[in-house]
Design a protein around this ligand. Structure first.
Ligand SMILES: NC(=O)c1ccc[n+]([C@@H]2O[C@H](COP(=O)([O-])OP(=O)(O)OC[C@H]3O[C@@H](n4cnc5c(N)ncnc54)[C@H](O)[C@@H]3O)[C@@H](O)[C@H]2O)c1
Ligand SMILES: [Zn+2]
Ligand SMILES: [Zn+2]
Length: 381
């Protein structure tokens, strides 16, 4: 399979964002062969995550265009570059927006997943090896996104940003594990760590928040309070074990006060998955004094400032943040796939819509309208 195309440029279709906020255009792109420590992957399925929309809108950060977005995906290795020993053509893989070199102090630490070399970098639009892009259209380079650029039939990824998974796992399902599901699940299980019987508040009931709720369910939480400004989210959230709902718009008082009143002083754990700094502050201030832990997951805007009275901390509340649910990308993500294979974790319920690649812009419309959870994009359709 690799023999014919390895070391050659591949021409294929990619959805190119030429300008911020404008519909993507399906173009024929040239994808260069993988260089040292890189792999070229045939993407079979991808999905849209809010982080793609956020950088595509480019309202709060440095715009970088033209660019190929996409980071939640599943595919098969087509060819590997020099020095790649643990991946080979035909391996089933999930691309990862943040990597693991296995050699730096972070990778060697049990406590961190923020690899020095391959840590998520939203501003870099080129490959590390030579500072250049592997994508071009008639000689014009097209920027990468998060080192993954999965809105392309073929993409080049650093070998340290690829998780090799169980070849029996259905790629059209486990695709959502490569970002959203793992981020939310890990935020609860690896960072918030609720005890059995505890009360957990989840802010934001998109894919990440619902995965965080799934984590709370797996941990045996007795109450899972979902907080969202979009009432449409509440219907879906029931399938994820969310037991109560709070829409901040329904109250005059701050939502942290509403939650404190519902829970006799505050929840044991909260996980924020909105990207709104106000929700981050509420998520922190709604945890119980003495033991409450709040975990921030959402991506804030560039100029946001988190403001709270220091007394809230002195009263023994803990505030944490997490990237990728604290999973070590290459070694941890295959274990999430195994949880799915063992039927401990359901991922089907996250995929509410499906579109062929040619209609990728529909998935943006759905997310902007707040409809559905994840929209699967089929590359071969
Ligand atoms: N830390 C990480 O590693 C990581 C990884 C992936 C995504 N993210 C971020 O996580 C966040 C969630 O991603 P998603 O794909 O689930 O997004 P999404 O848009 O599907 O869901 C976000 C939800 O938050 C709700 N919301 C927005 N503002 C709110 C507020 N003030 N109060 C209550 N609810 C509010 C929205 O109505 C929506 O339902 C995004 O900010 C995304 O960029 C972080
Ligand atoms: Zn994502
Ligand atoms: Zn590292």
């Amino acid at each position: 399979m690799s023999g014919r195309t390895a070391s050659q440029v591949i021409r294929c279709k990619a959805a190119v964002a030429w300008e911020a906020g404008k519909p993507l255009v399906i173009e024929e792109v040239e994808v260069a062969p993988p260089q040292a420590m890189e792999v070229r992957v045939r993407i079979l399925f991808t999905a849209l995550c809010h982080s793609d929309v956020y950088f595509w809108e480019a309202k709060g950060q440095t715009p970088l265009f033209p660019r190929i977005f996409g980071h939640e995906a599943a595919g098969i290795v087509e060819s590997v570059g020099e020095g790649v020993t643990d991946l080979k053509p035909g391996d089933h893989v999930l691309p990862l927006f943040t990597g693991e070199c296995k050699e730096c102090s972070h990778c060697k630490s049990e406590e961190s997943n923020l690899c020095t070399l391959l840590r998520v970098n939203t501003d870099r639009g080129v490959m590390l090896n030579d500072g250049k892009s592997r994508f071009s259209i008639r000689g014009q380079p097209i920027h990468h996104f998060l080192g993954t650029s999965t809105f392309s039939e073929y993409t080049v990824i650093h070998a340290g940003c690829v998780a090799k998974i169980n070849p029996n796992a259905p790629l059209d399902k486990v695709c959502v594990i490569s970002c959203g599901v793992s981020t939310g699940l890990g935020a609860t299980l690896n960072v918030a760590k609720p005890k059995k019987g505890s009360t957990v508040a989840i802010f934001g009931l998109g894919a990440i928040g619902l995965a965080a709720a799934e984590g709370a369910r797996i941990a045996g939480a007795s109450r899972i309070i979902g907080v969202d400004r979009n009432p449409m989210r509440f219907l879906e959230a029931k399938k994820f074990g969310v037991t109560e709902f709070v829409n901040p718009k329904d109250y005059e008082k701050p939502v942290q006060q509403v939650i404190a009143e519902m829970t006799d002083g505050g929840v044991d754990r909260s996980v924020e998955c909105t990207g709104s700094v106000d929700a981050m502050i509420s998520a922190f201030e709604c945890v119980h004094d003495g033991w409450g832990v709040a975990v921030i997951v959402g991506l804030p805007s560039k100029d946001d400032i988190f403001k709270t009275h220091p007394m809230n901390l002195l009263h023994e509340r803990t505030l944490k943040g997490t990237f990728f649910g604290n999973f070590k990308p290459r070694s941890g993500i295959p274990t999430v796939v195994e949880r799915y294979m063992n039927k401990e974790l359901e991922v089907e319920k996250f995929i509410t819509h499906e579109v062929p690649f040619s209609e990728i812009n529909k998935s943006f419309e759905l997310m902007l309208k707040g409809e559905g959870i994840r929209c699967l994009i089929r590359m071969d359709a």
